[in-house]
Design a protein around this ligand. Structure first.
Ligand SMILES: N[C@@H](CCC(=O)N[C@@H](CS)C(=O)NCC(=O)O)C(=O)O
Length: 153
């Protein structure tokens, strides 16, 4: 396996967590420093490496990397908007709880945004059928399960 490259800033908690794993695990890695406070995570150049402009980013020579990356992204960026909308649109009305139509409309827009990002980045503009390219994984099924209940009524 080639050396892991980590793009990060050690003032970031998630970056320090990864650095600790490297140190304690004696895993050779190269740190490419990016300073968040100088906006170095927001440049077009860095967004070619991580389109979300976040650190840490790990470059690893491993088939599981895209699955792990997706699952990290999934919970706050895909599941959260899908689940929030599902609760307002389908669950609350079943229990006769009043919902604010404007809020539900805003939540539907968040689902649409998440879907757009999902297709654009994780399915590479829809050019690949699965998140890791060719094989279905937990990442794809996790996304599918969130989408499936969007068609409940
Ligand atoms: N691992 C998570 C969170 C990582 C995170 O929150 N990183 C912060 C630094 S602690 C960051 O990249 N901030 C830069 C920015 O938002 O421009 C992700 O990739 O979404």
């Amino acid at each position: 396996m080639s050396k892991i490259i980590m793009y990060g800033d050690l003032m970031s908690q998630p970056c320090r967590a990864v650095a600790w794993v490297m140190i304690y695990g004696n895993i050779p890695y190269e740190l490419k420093l990016l300073q968040v406070l100088k906006g170095e995570t927001r440049t077009d150049e860095y967004k070619k490496i991580n389109p979300f402009g976040k650190i840490p980013t790990l470059k690893v020579d491993d088939d599981r990397a895209s699955v792990d990356s997706y699952l990290d992204w999934h919970h706050l960026n895909f599941r959260k908007p899908c689940f929030t909308y599902f609760v307002s649109k389908f669950m609350l009305p079943k229990f006769n709880v009043a919902t604010d139509p404007l809020k539900v409309e805003a939540e539907a827009k968040e689902v649409a945004k998440a879907l757009h990002l999902f297709e654009k980045y994780w399915l590479v503009e829809g050019k690949q059928p699965f998140i890791n390219g060719t094989d279905m994984s937990l990442a794809d099924i996790s996304a599918y399960c969130e989408l499936l209940y969007q068609s409940c009524n």
